[in-house]
Design a protein around this ligand. Structure first.
Ligand SMILES: Cc1cc2nc3c(=O)[nH]c(=O)nc-3n(C[C@H](O)[C@H](O)[C@H](O)COP(=O)(O)OP(=O)(O)OC[C@H]3O[C@@H](n4cnc5c(N)ncnc54)[C@H](O)[C@@H]3O)c2cc1C
Length: 231
């Protein structure tokens, strides 16, 4: 084999092993938010971890929490399109069979399995920050949890029907379609929290920062709080 042929074989091998996963489906939940499902290819992950994902051949990858549980043979992410963004609007146009670039899993925003059996969890999310919690509660069947989900409008309570109604509290700040009218911070100011609860916060920085202050002012130990900042 000539040097040139050898190089092209090597290049082809690099391409086929370039973490290319195939899209199964895309489900649009609102005009801007969708669930993208693609191959799992045997990837092992702990619920709460994220992957990096992008268009095949594009070096720009972004972090996305795994939305799907770890007991199914596909991966899903819950993505909100950022109008001026690079990756999220391209992923939105994908179709069945299209390739995507995937790396991971990464991160430590996970649950201690021993505590899953013994403790209560409060999961606080803004927007698509609910993604890792979906993966957690669908992976650990007996987990004792409440999700507090902050969105602007009721239609952004992404797939909230998959949670038992007594475990999901939707806080809507711009309409009254949620269980609570206002932001998650308003809800937390008005409600007590058991000091043994383990609290996980995921979403935008401002929400996480404000909630952290409210919870610690209410006496919750910082050791009981974990955070994952999206932007
Ligand atoms: C650990 C981690 C996990 C993440 N998981 C998810 C997830 O599960 N689902 C998800 O939708 N996003 C998630 N993100 C955000 C995601 O990585 C991208 O930042 C987002 O999709 C925008 O990428 P883009 O290329 O379209 O925009 P870019 O070109 O990268 O950025 C455009 C601008 O949009 C801002 N931005 C990013 N996200 C949002 C948002 N939701 N609303 C408004 N502005 C935003 C960025 O800060 C930036 O200023 C996660 C981020 C991190 C760090």
């Amino acid at each position: 084999m000539s040097k040139k042929e050898n190089a092209s074989v090597r290049q082809a091998e690099e391409i086929t092993t370039d973490n290319i996963f195939r899209v199964h489906s895309i489900k649009h939940l609102t005009e801007s938010t969708y669930i993208l499902r693609f191959d799992r290819n045997g990837m092992k992950f702990n619920p709460g971890q994220h992957i990096t994902l992008g268009m095949s051949g594009d070096k720009q990858l972004r972090e996305y929490s795994v939305y799907s549980p770890n007991n199914v043979d596909y991966l899903e992410v819950l993505v909100k399109e950022v109008a001026e963004g690079h990756v999220s609007k391209r992923l939105k146009k994908l179709n069945h069979g299209d390739p995507v670039s995937v790396e991971g899993p990464f991160g430590f925003f996970t649950l201690d399995e021993k505590k899953v059996a013994t403790q209560s969890f409060l999961f606080i999310a803004s927007g698509t920050g609910i993604a890792p919690f979906h993966s957690m509660v669908k992976s650990y069947k007996d987990i004792d949890y409440t999700i507090l989900h902050g969105v602007r409008h009721g239609k952004e309570q992404y797939a909230s029907e998959v949670y038992p109604p007594d475990r999901y509290i939707g806080c809507t700040s711009r309409d009254e379609e949620g269980d609570f009218h206002g932001r998650v911070t308003d809800y937390l100011r008005k409600n007590d929290i058991d000091s043994n609860t383990l609290v996980y916060l995921c979403g935008n920085y401002e929400m996480i920062h404000e909630v952290y202050d409210i919870l610690t002012n209410k006496g919750l130990s910082p050791d009981n709080i974990r955070t994952e900042v999206y932007f």
